[in-house]
Design a binder for this molecule. Structure first.
Ligand SMILES: Nc1nc2c(ncn2[C@@H]2O[C@H](COP(=O)(O)OP(=O)(O)O)[C@@H](O)[C@H]2O)c(=O)[nH]1
Ligand SMILES: [Mg+2]
Length: 441
């Protein structure tokens, strides 16, 4: 599979559709256009109505062709887009014809964007933004992806890297010309000052409570409480489907059942959990362990109290964010304690209020960090490593252990920040990032 293959793919969604878009990129685009389009190679950037035929002259379809010569194209290569009727037969005939041409093959997932990255049109965070905007379901995800694909993260990482390069130059001067007149304090202090500022900025970025990742991947809400309180029923009610098994037998739920919803404008994973109680059943005990873990990692916990139980079990206490007093169809809501939201999962009473409480809570959390710099675990990992290296550099300088060591640490930090934007080409990172794309992008 050589880099110089010309690649083609369906860039639009699944057929049938009014129109489909086929995309080609590579050196052979002009040859293919010449051979298969009645108009030949279209004028650059002019939509041209033309007939598209296979190599035997059979008509495939009639549609628009758009030629974007490299380097002024998405991939930086010659690119051709064909707008045809979006039926399965048209698409099949087109792709079979194109891939029969010598040097042409189907694109791999994300390969157009990977070529754009390799041509220097995008850095890695911008490429990730492209993948994210295609997947975006909420307005918040779209806004975050758009900010990223238009260089919102690039700007920050480039600034950090430029400042670090400056710091490195200062340290290297110390290494090359030690003790030339200035006292160590004169030279070291300004460097420490710059390092401290950078360390503070990285710490602030890392202290974002994962909001960028949560906007992208979803916030976690766990329903917890004693057996039979109505947790599974509540999940089903909010999900508007029978996702979890409901019975009047305590200990029915043994695993964490999750449903994906949009609440408060954010993607939310709502998890039903096994009722927390002492049990000798090994499966249920594992369920309880998982329930506890889900509750610990959740952004919000909905604690369900069984309103029908005159003496709700004390049970293991968890941090409770929202407490609902369920089954008010059986018992008067007045019995709910202060701060408990009276609901009846059976009749639906109070459920709208609960949903809006969850929505507001999540919306507020999402808005608590403006423009997060980290939107994926990958960024967090590299940034944390970069911060570690900067701290090591600071210690080496402050304790006068050696400027060479400090310089090496700063170089390490530069590599770690560079990996986020893909400036240091780590092949496995690229493979992992682009394989998550859809084909045709
Ligand atoms: N009357 C009444 N029964 C409910 C209500 N919510 C749940 N139940 C019943 O309580 C029992 C236990 O419900 P389930 O959702 O399995 O509880 P879980 O063990 O907490 O998951 C089932 O028989 C439900 O039908 C409610 O609001 N009112
Ligand atoms: Mg249950």
């Amino acid at each position: 599979m050589s880099e110089r293959d010309t690649i083609c793919a369906l860039a639009s969604g699944q057929p049938p559709a009014a129109i489909c878009i086929l995309r080609l990129s590579g050196d052979r685009v002009w040859k293919i256009a010449g051979a298969l389009l009645e108009c030949g190679l279209p004028d650059p950037r002019h939509a041209t109505l033309t007939k598209f035929r296979d190599e035997d002259g059979n008509l495939i379809d009639e549609g628009l062709a758009l030629f974007m010569p490299g380097p002024h194209s998405y991939t930086g290569e010659d690119t051709l887009e064909l707008y045809l009727h979006g039926g399965p037969a048209v698409i099949k005939h087109s792709l079979e014809t194109l891939t029969r041409q010598p040097g042409v093959r189907l694109a791999e997932p994300g390969e157009f964007t990977r070529r754009a990255f390799e041509a220097g049109k995008l850095d890695l965070t911008e490429a990730e933004g492209v993948a994210d905007i295609i997947e975006a379901e909420t307005e918040a995800q779209k806004a975050q992806a758009l900010r990223q694909l238009t260089g919102g993260l690039t700007e920050t990482y480039d600034r950090w890297r430029a400042e670090l390069t400056g710091v490195l130059a200062l340290i290297e001067v110390m290494v090359d010309f030690p003790d030339e007149g200035d006292t160590p304090e004169d030279t070291v202090q300004p460097i420490l000052h710059k390092l401290d500022r950078l360390i503070a900025e990285l710490e602030e970025a890392l202290g974002d409570r994962g909001i960028g990742e949560k906007i992208r991947d979803g916030f976690r809400v766990a329903i917890v409480g004693p057996p039979n309180a109505g947790k599974s029923s509540l999940l089903n009610r909010i999900a508007r489907r029978e996702a979890a098994i409901v019975t009047d037998i305590a200990g029915t739920t043994r695993d964490v059942v999750e449903v994906r919803l949009v609440l408060g404008g954010q993607v939310v994973w709502l998890a039903d959990t096994a009722g927390l109680r002492e049990t000798s059943d090994v499966v249920e005990a594992e369920g309880v362990r998982r329930a506890q873990r889900a509750a610990e990692t959740a952004d919000l916990r909905i604690h369900v109290v069984d309103g029908a139980d005159p003496e709700p079990p004390a049970g293991p206490v968890l941090q409770q964010d929202i407490v609902v007093f369920n089954k008010v169809d059986l018992r008067p809501a007045i019995l709910a304690a202060d701060g408990e939201l009276p609901v009846s999962v059976r009749t639906g009473e109070g459920i709208d209020t609960l949903e809006s409480w969850i929505g507001s809570y999540i919306a507020e959390r999402a808005a608590s960090v403006e423009a997060p710099v980290i939107t994926r675990a990958r960024h967090r990992e590299k940034l944390a490593a970069g911060l570690g290296s900067l701290k090591a550099a600071r210690t080496a300088l402050a304790e006068n252990v050696g400027a060479e060591l400090a310089a090496e640490d700063v170089r390490m930090a530069l590599r770690q920040l560079g990996a986020v934007v893909g400036a240091v080409g780590v092949e496995d990172v690229l493979g992992a990032v682009f394989s998550q794309f859809c084909i045709g992008k």
